[in-house]
Design a binder for this molecule. Structure first.
Ligand code: NAP
Length: 301
């Protein structure tokens, strides 16, 4: 990569909210941007802003050394690029190219994709962008990356425009591992918020009377567990002194949440799963330990 960073042509494949936000950010950063999307009309505003709409996926990857993929999952990448390389006229279409896949999938799927891309002669970097579309390109945006360090390093200035890049290592599965682990916290938190809201609205309480206060319960969690280092130390040591919040006490509350949900006639799968963690921890002899002892039964399942 010899040209100034903001002159490097970039192709973006996949123009959902995230792909459009990334393409916009790259255009604003001065990059020549080529886009392709299965539904071409989603490119209209980008084309008006200066992007080039490639007529085919083959033309899209040919336009730039660097292609960023922003798709629902990795299967979509195979659906788009598979037919390109299977066409004898384009067999070398990916040779020498750099693919940065910012789509969600499992670590194993992203490892297999790296192997597939390498067979096509391409370099493959996996990534997970951790903010919603409106935050792409803002100071709050960050993304996990893994794959070949030299390739990541060469394109790091371009990727930095999208969000703060956090390189995790050469194993291509690492970025999706971190992405899915963060989203595990996020999605479970969102479901718990909706479940709790259903609990109070079933009793006739308006959501607006509940939700602002409920959010403080979420923000109180860091105040309770600190910045994560002490919790990490506890979990790694297997030491769960139960002087403040025992598994038995918390398990009783988990049971009360489940029974309140049953009485309200709302979905009970989430509180059933939470109660099961406490039941198993207590059955394993952790009743007098801290709630962190649930980790022992969760990781051993
Ligand atoms: N949205 C968010 O807040 C957010 C935040 C962080 C990360 N992410 C991740 O970023 C990725 C993109 O998110 P998004 O919200 O932009 O996703 P999206 O709205 O689901 O858009 C997905 C894109 O994939 C394309 N696509 C899906 N299946 C395809 C197939 N079989 N063949 C060809 N194209 C296919 C869609 O094309 P069409 O337009 O033709 O349907 C669209 O361009 C996802 O992996 C998501 O998990 C999203």
């Amino acid at each position: 990569m010899t040209a100034a960073s903001n002159q490097i042509p970039v192709t973006v494949i996949g123009l959902g909210p995230m792909g459009r936000a990334m393409a916009n950010t790259l255009l604003t950063g001065g990059h020549p941007v080529t886009v392709w999307n299965r539904t071409p009309s989603r490119a209209d505003e980008l084309v008006a802003a200066g992007a080039t709409l490639a007529p085919t996926p083959a033309a899209a990857v040919a336009a730039s050394e660097l292609t960023i993929l922003s798709l629902t999952d990795y299967q979509a990448m195979y659906d788009i690029l598979g037919p390109v390389v299977e066409d004898p006229r384009n067999a070398d279409a990916l040779a020498g190219k750099v693919l940065v896949n910012l789509s969600s999938d499992t670590p194993d799927v992203s490892r297999d994709a790296a192997t597939w891309a390498t067979k096509q002669g391409a370099s493959f970097v996996t990534g997970g962008l951790m903010v919603p579309a409106p935050a792409v390109g803002t100071p709050s945006a960050y993304a996990f990356y893994s794959g070949p360090k030299d390739v990541f390093g060469a394109y790091e200035p371009v990727l930095r425009l999208i969000g703060e890049p956090k390189y995790l290592g050469a194993d291509p599965g690492l970025a999706q591992l971190f992405y899915q682990a963060h989203l595990d916290v996020f999605l479970t938190g969102l479901s718990s918020l909706l479940h709790a809201t259903a609990l109070v609205t079933a009793a006739g309480v308006p959501a607006a009377e509940f939700l602002p206060g409920a959010l403080t319960t979420l923000t109180d969690i860091p105040a309770m567990i600190g910045d994560g280092h002490e919790l990490a130390r506890q979990l790694e040591s297997g030491d769960h002194p139960g002087h403040l919040s025992t598994a038995t006490m918390m398990g009783a509350t988990a049971d009360h949440i489940l029974r309140t949900s049953q009485q309200a006639g709302i979905d009970v799968e989430l509180p059933t799963a939470v109660k099961a963690h406490y039941d198993r921890a207590i059955a394993a002899g952790h009743g007098a330990d801290n709630w962190t002892a649930l980790y022992e039964v969760i990781k051993a399942h």
